[in-house]
Design a protein around this ligand. Sequence first.
Ligand code: G3P
Length: 217
Amino acid sequence: MKLFVDTGNVKEIEALAALGILDGVTTNPSLLAKESGDYRQILKQICQIVRGPVSAEVVATDTAGMLREGRDLASIDEHVVIKVPFTKDGVRACKTLASEGQRVNVTLIFSATQAWLAAKVGAAYVSPFVGRLDDVGTTGMNLVREIVDIFDNFEFPTEILVASVRNPIHVVEAARMGADVVTAPAAVIEQCFKHPLTDIGLERFLKDWEKAQAAKV
Ligand code: G3P
């Protein structure tokens, strides 16, 4: 399973890329709005760091506007993946952009039928939002299970990108279900590294070693 970070923050991306664990980045208007500076320059910088898929979202809500913005975003760097919301306008835009050879990430997926329709119009990725489904009292990961089953049945090339990830359990479940990609905030990726027994174990190894060396002198 590929790991993307869900952020527009260059420092967070640099730190994760330096660990060698990062396959791509997803941004959205809310995330880029938190960063200061020109969004085009930020996206260019992110692409240069990660050299993998970087999702950048349109803000237009009509097909013509999405096409205009999508083509403009794609012109920033070859690694840009155009993100469009799942609406009828978004579906139309996805079909056209995909036919032009652009990679499209259809976002705000909250049902299996939405994912299936996005795959039919050539989406490179579909992004089910698991955390936001959990927030309204449903089990977000059930949606991922349904999409995996459907895409397996029809061998859709569309990748399932699990988004709105809130904790390492979402990451583990996504991997167990065979999702292609998980995108997580840097804080969740940090949690994936941590285990108190690793820290305690290392401390004990080092202490035992130190004690043994001291006893030898
Ligand atoms: O990038 C889209 C998605 O991951 C948003 O997550 O936490 O705002 O629901 P969240």
